[in-house]
Each structure stands twice: as C-alpha cells, then as structure tokens.
Design a binder for this molecule. Structure first.
Ligand code: SF4
Ligand code: FES
Length: 231
C-alpha cells in the first residue's frame, strides 16, 4: 500500500490504482462520464475528470493516471474547473433534454451539472442544432442519438461482452452520432442478441430497452451509472 493525498485527505491505496476510481471509492467525486473500471484502456473522451497533481505543469485527466506514493492531488482548483466547465459546455451544446427522458433526475449529466454549478441548457448561441431521429430498428433497444454524449461506454461494453462492438460512431466532428447502422453496413444480418449491456452502462438513457424486450437476455433494464458514486 502507498499513501496519497487528495484535497488534503490522506488515503492509503494500492500502488498503481486508477486515480479516478480511487477518489470515487473514497467518496471524493470527480465529474466523469466515460470511465469504465472494467475497461483495460481508458477512453478519456469526455474530458471532465481533470485534476491537478502537485509537480505537474498542467491538469491531467484522473482516469488516465495510476497513483504513485506521495502523490498530492487537487480536484477543485480554478484551472481544473475551467477545463471541466469548457468540456461540459461542449457536451450539453449537442445534448437534447426532453421531459420524457427515463434518466430524468438521476442522470449522470445532471450530477455533473450540479457539481460544476452549471445549467443543463446551453445558451442559444452555444447550441448545436441537430435533428436526430430515434432509431427503433435494433430488435431489443431503441437508440436516441440526440441524448447521446458520445462517452463510448456502450461500444466498449458491447465489445467486451460480444468480442466486437455492434454499435459504432458515425459521421464526424460535431455531427458525430452513435449508430446501429454499422451492424448491417456489410450486408450481414443484425446479430445483436439482446444482452442490453449497452443500455446498462449508458449514463444518459440514450439506449432504452424496448418495452417488449422480455425475449432479450438483457441486463440493462434501465439507467445505471456505477462510476458516479461519491457526489
Ligand atoms: S449511447 Fe450512451 S453509452 Fe453510448 S456513447 Fe452515447 S451516451 Fe455513451
Ligand atoms: S476523460 Fe476521464 S472520465 Fe472521461
């Protein structure tokens, strides 16, 4: 075991542990949307989990750091907050909020907004207009690309569960969307077996099990966000 300090709190942890996971387990919340403890490589796509580590010239993403003995970490400095707020603004600029969202009031995005003391609705000039249809073609779930924050968790969950991801990102830049179209792009049949691992990890209910998905072997009968503990 080694000792580190986070916001003045001494912690005893296993050497090499992931810094973000360590803080969350200790009840120290750091905003995060894309971290998955079970993933071998961090995706580091949401850019929300910035922290300052004493001795390092600039803030770093906590999900990509392994703890070392004597590490001193600050999670709420002004530079950290500026980076987190910029990342959050970008995320909500393209995220559609609807009253019927099943993640309403328990969504990971709302938790981040509360922590950063920011609103969920972008200013009119910051809004990226995207008219995105709900895709009801998958047999066991519906895709709501307008809700998606592109965290990549569903792709990695599917990859880990099934050997390759049946979901994909389509288009580029600010028009990037989560898509099930890749499933049949090469003319093959849709091979989703309905494990619903994707729906289980989605932090914003952008993947919802079909109401009649009883025939699917699913584990994702609703929103779950195991990485959001400690707020
Ligand atoms: S559908 Fe959900 S889990 Fe997949 S990338 Fe979008 S927000 Fe992340
Ligand atoms: S970049 Fe670290 S949790 Fe997303």
């Amino acid at each position: 075991m080694i000792r580190i300090e986070v916001d003045g709190t001494p912690l005893e942890v296993a050497e090499g542990s992931n810094l973000l996971a360590t803080c969350l387990a200790a009840g120290i919340y750091i905003p995060n949307l894309c971290y998955m403890a079970e993933s071998p490589e961090p995706f580091a796509g949401c850019r929300l989990c910035f922290v300052e580590i004493q001795g390092q010239p600039a803030p770093v993403t906590a999900c990509t750091v392994a703890v070392t003995d004597g590490m001193v970490v600050h999670t709420a400095t002004a530079p950290v907050r500026r980076l987190q707020q910029s990342a959050f603004r970008l995320l909500v600029s393209a995220h559609q909020i609807t009253a019927d969202c099943p993640a309403h009031k328990r969504c990971a995005l709302q938790q981040v907004a509360r922590h950063l003391q920011m609103g969920l609705k972008p200013k009119p000039l910051e809004r990226v207009p995207r008219e995105l249809e709900i895709d009801t073609s998958p047999p066991c779930f519906d895709l709501h690309p307008a809700r998606c924050v592109l965290c990549g968790k569903c792709l990695r969950a599917c990859q880990e569960r099934n050997g390759s991801s049946l979901l994909t990102f389509a288009r580029r830049g600010i028009q990037t969307v989560i898509s099930a179209q890749g499933l049949s792009a090469d003319g093959q049949e849709f091979t989703c077996e309905g494990c619903l691992a994707c729906a289980a990890v989605c932090p914003v209910s952008a993947i919802t099990p079909k109401a009649d998905s009883g025939h699917c072997a699913g584990e994702g009968q609703g929103h779950a966000d195991p990485q959001a503990a400690g707020s």
